[in-house]
Design a protein. Structure first.
Length: 240
């Protein structure tokens, strides 16, 4: 555990030296303030201007779901960028043969950031949410969001060969997150075509206030992580 802690602190030092990644980690707080205060203000202005009862308000829960995935996505994105930089500099291969080992390295680069994002989400989501959630719903949403962040990081690490590619892949790796919007905009059964996205079930749980929909979200997240993790390990073996 000491080696994992030191490796994680080393990653934090790298984040501190990279302004872009530091801003990415601070983005959830900035976005939370914008969501909490800016969106209701915009809703009030638009409804008054257009003389309609509601425009954005029916999608407040969707915005909360997106915010629940934002902190994990940003934290794990930053962690993935540090890992790709270490791969570029060939330091990751050396860390694998230290007491840290491959398992400790992956714990420091994926597990600890995901757990930290979970805790941060538990603090930020109740503070900046637009709708009411039960304590159980907040806990499940934060946990599912953390798993989604790990998926984003693994997608970046698996597909990218270097940090430059990682920046481009990061934009595409965020696309599965938008599966949460499907239940809010598509009522027909065709929405089930995206059942394989964990975010779809997160959105469905929020849309219908059905916590049982989080079960397939967790199950599918486990499948995604397992498959991507195996692909990443195979890639690292081939690179060594």
């Amino acid at each position: 555990m000491r080696a994992v802690r030191l490796s994680f602190l080393q990653m934090l030092a790298c984040l501190g030296r990279d302004r872009m990644l530091a801003v990415a980690c601070a983005a959830p707080v900035l976005a939370g303030g914008l969501f909490r205060f800016g969106i209701p203000f915009l809703e009030a202005e638009l409804t008054e201007w257009l003389s309609v009862p509601a425009i954005i308000a029916p999608y407040y829960r969707l915005i909360d779901v997106f915010f629940g995935m934002l902190s994990p996505a940003m934290f794990c994105f930053a962690s993935a960028m540090v890992s790709l930089e270490e791969a570029d500099e060939r330091t990751a291969a050396y860390l694998f043969v230290t007491p840290l080992g491959r398992r400790g390295y992956l714990t420091a680069r994926l597990g600890v950031p995901g757990a930290a994002a979970f805790l941060v989400t538990l603090v930020l989501l109740p503070a900046f949410r637009l709708t009411a959630f039960s304590a159980a719903a907040l806990l499940l949403l934060a946990a599912a969001g953390a798993l989604q962040g790990v998926i984003v990081a693994l997608l970046i690490l698996t597909v990218s060969s270097n940090k430059l590619e990682g920046m481009a892949v990061a934009k595409l790796s965020m696309l599965p997150v938008f599966g949460a919007a499907v239940p809010f905009f598509i009522e027909e059964d065709v929405q089930y075509a995206l059942f394989w996205l964990p975010s779809y079930w997160m959105g469905r749980a929020a849309w219908g206030d059905e916590l049982l929909s989080m079960v397939p979200a967790f199950a599918l997240s486990g499948v995604w992580i397992w498959v991507l993790f195996r692909m990443y390990l195979r890639k690292k073996v081939n690179c060594l």
